[in-house]
Ligand binder design. Structure first.
Ligand code: NAD
Length: 509
């Protein structure tokens, strides 16, 4: 049985203790084991990072960017193999795996421009003979703790920007699909990154706690479920670190009476069920405004849902594959039962779905609920499976209130032909990322990604300029030079030719 090892100081190995099973969700079989690291493994990685980081920070930003250019080339050349590896551990179809890698690569493309975005600010003559300038400097050693659902994109969101800024970066990927993160780190080394600048340490809570407590780590970026995100945020901040911790989601799609319903149904099929609903920007709640809209939408949704093809991740015709493991399958099916018990109408039941020849795989058919209400637990919590809930709203104001008052505030979408309604909605909704006739409004890499409320703890988003701000600290220099010191005719010893005025803090007075 293959063991997936840490990648420390450029070398694979080191795990001699506990392991965790890595499944192939298509077959339900264990295909590998991953080492679960300890604080001793972390210490080795920290030592390598400490040795390498000063030299990397001193490498000029253009040379750092060149590693990113080369890495992009290598990932593109290996994308088929990476996508198959990703699908074999996660279960998403190959096209989705390629999308996962591509969205991560777009952050690398942003990082290729790091010399430009790292430029500081400069004010000449902020006071008499006084200039002020600022520079962005790396933090030192940062760590990323990532979820199972985007094993390529999310590690690249963090590591691409952190490394391009001059930091060393330790990645603790999800133990459920750890192979692609290791492969990406190997490709970074092949692209010319010095050993110790990107390392992978595997593990569970023990490794996460070691990271959060380690005094040599200055910043932690986390993405995962909300309770863990909150825990990571609190413990990391308590230890004096900079922490950003993205959590769960329950994104709503508001459907106005004037929306193009055929388009909405096509969008919802992908956004609610694609990747088996295991996306933090999935759209698992649809809010039709008015009963007429709701009835018409439901009628059109039914044949679309029935025509969804669930298959193995290598099936090119499949809309989505299995969920990640048996425990998660059970969890999703339990939520479906909770919805039934709470009195929602289960219009399509995806439980008990079996794929011929893959009876042990972790497949779930698509499910549709209607007449869901805001007090239901199955509405309040994240299901993270192929389950779409219809919650009917009598008017725009009620529809606006539902996502605004929900505990999560990651993404939201409105479908309408009315520009005024869309504009009002975008301005007033209490959610971090908004789509207008766009079902999954994941911002492009040079903007930033981040939700509100229990979808994100901390102040700074992922990637784009927000990422640069997170992975650097600002140093501001106020300077004045002795008058004439370097000019011909200055005093013989090169010192000031006259006493300068006492320093006065520049004010606007
Ligand atoms: P998870 O919270 O179970 O795991 C995330 C990471 O935390 C993993 O690396 C895991 O090893 C670690 N971890 C797990 N239990 C821990 C514990 N008790 N103490 C310390 N660390 C622990 O999340 P997941 O199931 O891998 O991912 C799915 C979740 O991530 C969903 O809730 C989804 O919405 C969320 N997510 C959010 C975003 C976002 O940007 N907001 C993006 C993707 C996924």
């Amino acid at each position: 049985m293959r063991t997936i090892e840490h990648l420390i100081a450029g070398h694979s190995g080191g795990g001699a203790g506990r392991t965790s099973d890595v499944f192939d969700p298509n077959t339900g079989q264990v295909q590998a084991r991953v080492s679960l690291g300890t604080s001793a493994d972390l210490d080795r990685a920290i030592a390598a990072a400490q040795a390498a980081q000063p030299g990397w920070a001193a490498t000029n930003p253009q040379r750092r960017a060149r590693v990113m250019f080369k890495f992009k080339e290598l990932v593109e050349a290996n994308i088929d193999a990476l996508a198959h590896l990703l699908s074999s551990e996660h279960g998403k179809v190959i096209a989705d795996s390629k999308g996962d890698i591509q969205r991560g690569l777009e952050v690398i493309e942003f990082a290729c421009g790091i010399p430009h975005v790292l430029k500081g600010e400069y004010t000449q003559g902020a006071g008499p003979g006084i200039d002020v300038y600022s520079m962005r400097q790396p933090l030192g050693i940062g760590a990323g703790i990532t979820p199972f659902n985007f094993p390529a994109m999310i590690p690249l969101w963090m590591s691409g920007v952190a490394i391009a800024c001059g930091n060393a970066f330790l990645l603790k990927p999800s133990e459920r699909d750890p192979s692609v993160p290791v492969r990406l780190a190997e490709l970074m080394l092949e692209a010319g990154l010095p050993e110790g600048i990107l390392q992978v340490v595997h593990g569970d809570k023990e490794m996460v706690d070691a990271i959060l407590d380690h005094p040599a780590i200055s910043a932690v970026s986390f993405v995962g479920s909300s309770d863990i995100a909150h825990y990571v945020y609190r413990r990391g901040v308590e230890a004096g670190k900079r922490v950003q911790a993205m959590g769960g989601a329950k994104n709503h799609g508001i459907v106005m009476p004037d929306a193009d319903l055929d388009q909405v149904v096509a969008d919802l099929s992908g956004a609610a069920f694609g990747s088996a609903g295991e996306r933090c920007m999935a759209l698992p709640v649809v809010v039709p405004v008015g009963d007429k809209t709701a009835d018409a939408l439901r009628e059109k949704l039914l044949p679309a849902i029935r025509s969804l093809r669930v298959g193995v991740s290598t099936d090119n015709d499949a809309h989505y594959g299995p969920v990640v493991n048996a425990a998660h399958k059970q969890r999703v099916e339990n939520w479906i039962q909770t919805g039934v018990d709470e009195g929602a109408e289960l219009v399509v039941d995806g439980r008990g779905f079996q794929l011929q020849g893959h009876e042990e795989g972790f497949f779930i058919g698509p499910s549709l609920f209607d007449h869901v209400t805001p007090d239901m637990q199955s509405y309040k919590e994240e299901i993270f499976g192929p389950v779409l809930q219809i919650i009917r709203a009598p008017d725009f104001e009620t529809a606006l209130r539902l996502p605004s008052e929900h505990q999560y505030g990651n993404g939201v979408a409105i479908f309408t032909r009315n520009g005024h309604a869309a504009r009002e909605f975008a301005a007033r909704v209490n959610v971090g990322m908004v789509g207008i006739n766009v079902p999954i409004p994941v911002p492009v890499a040079y903007h930033s990604f981040g939700g509100w409320k229990r979808s994100a703890f901390g102040d700074v988003n992922q990637h784009g300029m927000e990422g640069v701000r997170f992975w650097t600290k600002v140093k501001t220099v106020t300077q004045r030079w002795p008058d004439g010191s370097a000019l011909p005719g200055g005093s013989e010893d090169g010192g000031p030719s006259r006493i300068q005025d006492a320093f006065v803090i520049p004010t606007m007075g």
